[in-house]
Design a protein around this ligand. Structure first.
Ligand code: SF4
Length: 330
């Protein structure tokens, strides 16, 4: 039987930013795929390239300073890096939607919530005003907000952060996208509201077989949502694999460190573990393992040669010299 074709396949994606001090390789030759109905979480500290990966997929890295310099993004048989701007505009918000951490910055303060949900429906789905209004009310209910009629007449400043984020999800899923990218969607919210927003995302996905690419630095969110996890460090993927295997048997010392730093409910620790050291300066990266300065298992080879992603046990991939032997026997 032929393996199922992924919804999106990213190959060797590299996005650079040109600064006065030199080129910053924000995303450095990464490859991964997302299947239909799958939730893939991209995890890593801030500045590791996860948001720039999302912006690159959406065609939002533009201008003289930032540029996708290499790679392929195959989405439903089209290479998003090689289609016209016009076609990309049609895909954005229609087939691929994105939500950000701060809903206020994406909403128009002088338009009612109802109008903002109706707009893409009339534009992309060619619904009449009446049909769009009915669908907007349906969507408000779908994301778990009661009194839809009243909410539709409200302005953004009249709603709480959690409600606004759910409205953003309503707008993002209004055109039934195949892929929803959520960039730290719950980071600005308190824990109870976070749970409601994650639940809304999960229910929206179940209703439409949509795929989700969820960017987060929060391993609690990953554990709750992910089918598959990608760990990024300094613009590169250092480990990726099935969520259960990755949580039970993390291979890369960075992934192990991230998992150690996660608070565990019911276990009181004097201090949470934090990985010693700093993320390297992106302008001073050498041909080494980028994690070597912070790694307790660092060997001679790690300082002079960069490990490549290799498949190890259970099909997960890791870029670390500790697993060369294991990868050879796979
Ligand atoms: Fe540590 Fe070496 Fe593995 Fe890098 S390659 S994570 S320095 S053991």
């Amino acid at each position: 039987m032929e393996p199922m074709k992924p919804l999106i396949e990213i190959s060797n994606l590299s996005t650079h930013f040109h600064t006065a001090a030199g080129a910053v390789k924000a995303v450095d030759g990464i490859s991964f795929r997302i299947h239909h109905g799958e939730t893939v979480c991209i995890v890593g500290e801030s500045g590791c390239g996860k948001s720039i990966t999302a912006m690159s997929i959406m065609g939002l890295v533009e201008g003289p300073h930032g540029q996708v310099v290499d790679g392929q993004i195959l989405f439903d048989d089209r290479d998003l890096l090689r289609i016209s701007k016009e076609e990309m505009r049609r895909i954005r918000g229609n087939e691929i939607s994105i939500i950000f951490q701060e809903p206020m910055s994406s909403l128009n303060p002088v338009l009612t919530i109802g109008k903002q949900i109706m707009e893409p429906l009339m534009l992309h789905q060619r619904l009449s005003k009446k049909q769009a209004r009915a669908r907007a009310l349906e969507l408000i209910e779908l994301v778990g907000i009661p009194r839809a009629e009243q909410i539709a007449e409200s302005y953004p400043h009249q709603l709480s952060g959690g409600m606004l984020q759910r409205i953003m999800i309503a707008i993002a899923i209004s055109c039934r996208p195949k892929l929803l990218i959520a960039d730290e969607p719950t980071t600005a919210l308190d824990v109870t509201i976070q749970a409601q927003v994650l639940d809304t995302l999960r229910r929206s996905k179940e209703q439409s077989n949509m795929s989700i690419m969820l960017i987060t630095h929060d391993l609690g969110v990953v554990a709750e949502m992910a089918d598959y996890v990608i760990v990024m460090y300094a613009g590169k993927i250092v480990e990726q694999g099935d969520v259960v295997e990755l949580f039970e048997n993390p291979k890369h010392p960075y992934t192990q460190g991230l998992l150690k730093s996660k608070p565990v409910i019911g276990q009181r620790k004097e201090q949470l573990y934090s990985i010693p050291g700093q993320v390297p300066n992106p302008l001073e990266l050498s041909a080494s393992c980028y994690f070597h300065d912070r790694c307790e298992s660092c060997m001679e080879i790690c300082r002079s040669q960069q490990p490549q992603l290799k498949t190890v046990r259970a099909g997960n991939q890791v870029a670390c010299w500790l697993y060369e032997e294991e990868a050879r026997h796979e």
